[in-house]
Design a protein around this ligand. Structure first.
Ligand code: PGA
Length: 264
């Protein structure tokens, strides 16, 4: 059994350093420390350092939203995994906004995953099909390609650090239409986590297939999180819009804890 439920707050390009710090202060008062729930905050890169000094490390972990794969050099505007080392414990890699808005390639996601592991952090590799791929029945192929490229060159030992987040692009809200998106039905989510695990098994064997945390992301809120976490094989959630609301996010963490105890 996977030892924890992972709840990741992806604040995207929201909240400045002061606002992030204030939010963390309030969240710290609202949320209890749960040994079985890993609550992970992904603020803007600018806020990571200040939050790292401020936060209660037994209660929260930090996550960068992206990184570059080379350790240093003439790469204006980029931040390397080696610069994040010691500040964050996790790094999101291949979020659909990185892929679709910034043109990040499959090959780059693989190099970034390797860079994160090389620098002793845990990559959260995001995969998921677009609306077009879904409508053409290509969900399996899309995820297969993203996993194959994103996990290229990793060993079974490396895979102990990897988390996969299934984020169907059609289910992700964009801030303007928060809450109005359709999300996968439990049965469909079960099918996709199974195909992710089948692919992990094919690439790395049964141990990795069974022990890699697979999360769901896309319009998760305090009302639907319980249903996602009830799907067998789903080990947590990646929350965008709702994580910017203190009460919603607090409730999400509470539901994750309650579900965890039911699952045991
Ligand atoms: P959302 O974002 O919860 O606002 O849909 C999820 C994500 O993009 O990680």
């Amino acid at each position: 059994m996977i030892d924890k439920t992972y709840v990741i707050a992806n604040w995207k390009m929201n909240l400045n350093v002061h606002e992030s710090s204030l939010y963390l202060h309030k969240l710290d008062e609202a949320v209890k420390a749960h040994r079985t729930v890993e609550t992970i905050l992904a603020p803007s890169t600018l806020a990571l350092q200040a939050m790292s000094c401020q936060l209660n490390h037994r209660k929260f972990k930090l996550c960068a939203q992206n990184c570059y794969w080379r350790d240093s050099g003439a790469y204006t505007g980029e931040i390397s995994a080696s610069q994040l080392r010691g500040v964050t414990q996790y790094v999101l890699i291949g979020h659909s906004e990185r892929r679709n808005v910034f043109g990040e390639t499959q090959k780059e996601t693989g190099k970034k995953v390797q860079a994160v592991i090389r620098n002793n952090m845990r990559p959260v590799l995001c995969v998921g099909e677009t609306a077009l791929e879904k409508s053409q029945g290509e969900t399996g192929e899309a995820i297969h390609d993203q996993l194959t490229a994103g996990l290229a060159g990793l060993t079974n030992e490396d895979m102990k650090e990897v988390i996969i987040a299934y984020e169907p692009v059609w289910a992700i809200s964009n801030g303007n239409n928060f809450g109005s998106h359709t999300t996968p039905k439990p049965h469909d989510l079960y099918e996709v986590q199974s195909l992710i695990r089948r692919q992990l098994g094919y690439l790395f064997g049964d141990d990795v297939k069974n022990k890699t945390p697979v999360l769901y992301g896309g319009s998760v809120d305090e009302n639907n999180v319980g249903a996602f976490l009830s799907v067998p094989g789903v080990n947590g959630v990646l929350v965008g819009g709702a994580s910017l609301h203190l009460q919603k996010f607090t409730k999400i963490v509470e539901v994750a804890y309650a579900k965890r105890n039911v699952k045991r």
